[in-house]
Design a protein around this ligand. Structure first.
Ligand SMILES: *Cc1c(COP(=O)(O)O)cnc(C)c1O
Ligand SMILES: [Zn+2]
Length: 391
């Protein structure tokens, strides 16, 4: 059953529908009497949690089961007790979007749809293209022209999506996609599609399964705001099913140039979209987060917060995570660490608590950002002498 988060109206799951007639966002209601307690720390993959996932069909590339690392070095440096990274870059196409797409594309098949569409800052298009290829259906992706990282574009192309660049940003692309899905009978797999979030909520299941306990805090980047909503839903389902007895705080981080939610939160005012979002973290370059109401609830209910970080802080955190821990993530993903560092400096976090940072996408998605900011030395003669000189 689908339920509107605004008015509570319910709809069946077998109709193609993205919003309530009142305009509100929908969420899938799971029958928690039927879920299985499989949280034994073993054989972790997304589909281990199938009793929580509302589809029968399964288009899978073996997503999930991503590593959870203890950040031994950074923990010491930041004088914190317990710091972890859940590295979602280890998914089949290199981002957490695969969790949403394995469920979303499976749902498309169940609904009998043979064409799917999304607007994307890059990773959604790469993921949708891959899962559509696997399912043997057609995919269309609309991306902001010139503002999509090289690796992501290459992925969407090679997996065989019809890639359409638009003159505009992500928010413009999403507007067109919403209209196209209505008029042209293609299934929309942006994160306002509630089935996407049903896959993404498994991040919460895996964190609990891997740690064996619920961390005090989860920190992650926020763009269109689906993922923070999804992870919160996952933890709440665990709680309501009686498998855990406490919940984490959800802490969302936005890039300063694209931070409508963090601004509204910090200034304690109404949410207002941002007209011209800009940041190096292209995956979260979004001015009008479609899921903002769900995200706001997640932060409020969990006792969490929203913060923003500058591009400079993001790039510094990216370098730090790679050079101190061997984990290379794309800029958007590094905003979780940048956010932690900023909150620490503002004395807004408890160093004695446990923190899990979600790093959402792989660093190789966007190699340019590194190369452009680094100057290789001049080539040397191929001799040991010359090599010794540069050491
Ligand atoms: C999509 C994406 C995000 C933002 O997630 P939302 O659900 O849109 O808030 C963050 N980082 C990366 C790498 C992404 O691909
Ligand atoms: Zn409604």
């Amino acid at each position: 059953m689908l339920r509107c988060i605004e008015c509570g109206r319910e709809y069946p799951e077998d109709e193609v529908r993205y919003r309530c007639d009142c305009g509100g966002l929908l969420e899938v209601v799971i029958d928690l009497d039927k879920v299985e307690n499989v949280f034994d720390g073993k054989n972790i993959t997304l589909w281990k949690y199938k009793s929580f996932i509302p589809v029968e069909k399964r288009v899978s590339l073996n997503e999930g089961g991503t590593p959870l690392y203890r950040l031994e070095n950074l923990q010491k440096e930041l004088e914190m007790r317990e710091l972890y990274v859940k590295n979602e870059g280890a998914n089949p196409t290199g981002s957490f979007k695969d969790r949403g797409m394995t469920v979303g594309v499976s749902k498309a098949l169940e609904l009998g749809m043979d064409k799917v569409i999304c607007a994307s800052t890059g990773n959604t298009s790469a993921s949708l293209a891959a899962y559509s290829a696997k399912a043997g259906i057609r995919s269309y992706v609309l991306v902001p022209s010139g503002k999509i990282a090289l690796g992501k574009l290459a992925q969407a192309i090679v997996y065989g999506a019809k890639v359409v660049p638009i003159r505009g940003n992500f928010d413009d692309a999403l507007r067109v996609v919403v209209e196209a899905s209505r008029e042209l009978g293609v299934y929309m797999l942006n994160s306002i599609n509630p089935f996407r979030l049903e896959g993404q909520k498994t991040i919460a299941f895996e964190v609990f399964d891997q740690l064996g306990f619920v961390p005090n805090n989860v920190i992650l980047p926020v763009g269109n705001a689906g993922n923070i909503s999804a992870i919160w839903k996952g933890f709440k389902e665990l709680y309501e099913a009686g498998f855990i007895d406490k919940l984490p705080r959800m802490i969302g981080i936005q890039a300063e140039g694209a931070s409508p939610l963090a601004k509204a939160w910090k200034e304690r005012r109404e949410f207002k979209p941002e007209e011209k979002p800009e940041t190096v973290a292209t995956a979260i370059r979004i001015g009008n987060p479609a899921n903002w109401k769900k995200a706001w609830k997640a932060v409020e209910e969990s006792g969490g917060s929203l913060e923003s970080v500058s591009d400079e802080e993001i790039l510094k955190a990216q370098k730090l995570l790679a050079s101190k821990e061997g984990i290379f993530v794309e800029p958007a993903s590094a905003s979780s660490l940048a956010g932690l560092i900023k909150l620490k400096e503002l004395s807004l976090i408890e160093p004695d608590e446990s923190y899990v940072l979600i790093t959402t996408g792989h660093g190789l998605k966007d190699p340019n950002i590194i190369i452009e900011n680094f100057k290789l030395p001049e080539p040397i003669e191929p001799s040991l002498e010359a090599f010794k000189e540069v050491l």
